[in-house]
Design a protein around this ligand. Sequence first.
Ligand code: IVH
Length: 693
Amino acid sequence: MDCHRQFEPNAPTMEREIFGDGHGDAGGKDALEKFLSIDREITRHNGLYYGENAPEISDFTYDQLKAEWETMLAAHPRWIIHSQQSPIGDDRRRGFSKMQHRIPMLSLSNTYGREDVSAFIRNVRNCVGDSVTFAVEPKVDGLAISLIYDGGRLRHAITRGNGVEGDDVTRNVLNIENLPKEIPHIAPLEVRGEIYISLEDFARINEGRSRDGLDPFANARNLAAGSLKLLNPDRARERHLQFIAYEMGIYGENFPDHVAVLGAIASLGIPTNGHWLADGDGAVWDAIVRCREGRSRYAFAIDGAVIKVNGHVHRDRLGSIASAPRWAIAYKYAPDRATTRLLAIKLQVGRTGIVAPVAHLEPVELAGSTIQRATLHNGDEIARHDIREGDTVTVEKAGEVIPAIVAVDVHLRPDSSQPFIYPSHCPACEEPLYRFDGEVAWRCINPNCPPQIIRRLEHFASKGAMDIHSLGGQRIALFHGAGLLDRFSDIYRLHAAPLENFPKLGKKSVQGLLLAIEASKERPLWRLLHGLGIPHVGAQVAKLLEKKWPTMEMIMGATLENLQNCDTIGGTIAESITSFFRSDSNRQLIDELASLGVSMGNATDPSEIRAPSPFSGKSFVITGSFQAFTREELREEIERRGGTVRSAVSKNIHGLIVGAGAGGKLVEARRLGVETVDEAHLHRLLSESTDKE
Ligand code: IVH
């Protein structure tokens, strides 16, 4: 029996005009040209995914491209000499020392088709017999890591790299809270698994970013990969990476099967992936469906199910091909897609002047919500794929990623359609657009461009910065249009008379607005620093600055060297701060704000000296939902009172704050004997300590 015939899943069966022309002769020059163009495209996407952790397309679209590449290669095997592909990608980066894998770290064959899963099962049975059993487990959407324990201690953590050699990321992995650094096992042992950021932490990090006026991270997987490769372990620690094991490398041969391996890993206190055991096609498929249905119960993103042969003897007989074992296959869940019409491509000017193209769509149902907008990334993307207004397009939403246009149906293109010409001038102020070295985005650099002014003011007044209730985007645009608001200082020059003349702005709401503006004058310095919109200075950096230099005068007086010498502030941030305060107009703005009564911090602010609070110096985990706060607000309340909030329950935390609908974390806290605090108790604790604002 031929056990070693390569198992080749079929190409995903979606339409194939996914950004390709679909033309060309079968095996001639055109076909080779097309193969090479796909090959180049794959190389580019590999670089974005593995090298920069910033993919432009979903896994599904990538897999389609790869499947087309494989189909062409199967028909013309000699074309491999022209290809730039390594069989499993490469995540190695400069700045890390390299380490060889004792057992190569392979990837998995992927499929989106049920037929392919059945063919895999048939193939396995033909090879090893019908007694084979399969383990089906969630495919965790993170990044693979190999952990080497020796003498009972975690010695090395190595990324997959190119499968043969990976980056040594031990320093960052040692910060992962849910991973034991010591285990009751002396012999060398290798545990393989996935590093991820929980969906909850991902949402928290992105909320923080949008408050800081930064673009959100595209997905949890890439954020985890980027965080693991941060050269500063303190910054990596803030991202709350987590680990889950799914295989053993070295030492795994001592166990009869996969289930025994998972049991042994769990008995060492290392978190393991769950699994279903299945004996044939029907049971495997049931497990795949159950895994998909239960997706929302997992803390991490799941992009499919992995089907593995359980017995090690069977695995050995099946062996591997260059890039993947023959004893496992990944069934990936296709992302949600819908077809609609691209009504218009509009350009949006952001706070920092970036002019970004946005697709306005005929409303369409997608993944449970109505989609009217999709990202078009940048002008190069539009040109490369010749996306035109009026086109019938396929929109895709993969996981938490912002909806994107992934295909154009050129056959349905109206005769009158014209290629989209990216403007050379700002759509708002008509000044020329610029593109700086190394950037794909076009920018309007006119500081007086109206939408930039409005967005800057909006950011200044926002909840995460000066927190001026009732001064939102619409009112700002209204007041700006009437010539009342231009600079941040104008906010503090507003007075009742002209405002009361605006329709819909009665005496009462004007009064409320002016009171909110007045109250904002006393905000802590970090809020003002953040609100100013200094590039790279978000809320976290602003808090650090305030801690070290508690008045604006002190910050403005700090030299580049002073700033660079501050542990957590790098060169880029330091440059950005000094160049901001070098500008005469920015210094004048600060003077104006100060003379209008806006607080510029206080070196001996009495409110800084806080009464001891039940939270100070203690760490907590928050779970479930609360009536009086969002989780983010609660986190701020605790931090203001000197506490810290962590993401994982461990015996080192002082308490678990439990809201409605709490689940796994509560169970874990009870198991570890960690104290729990319900919402009523929480309110009592909060009122025992006044907050500093
Ligand atoms: S087993 C020989 N099990 O998916 C490869 N991998 O797309 C053994 N992954 O490289 C891997 N969940 O990083 C395995 N339950 C799971 C997994 C899993 C996620 C990742 C892993 C692998 C990639 C392939």
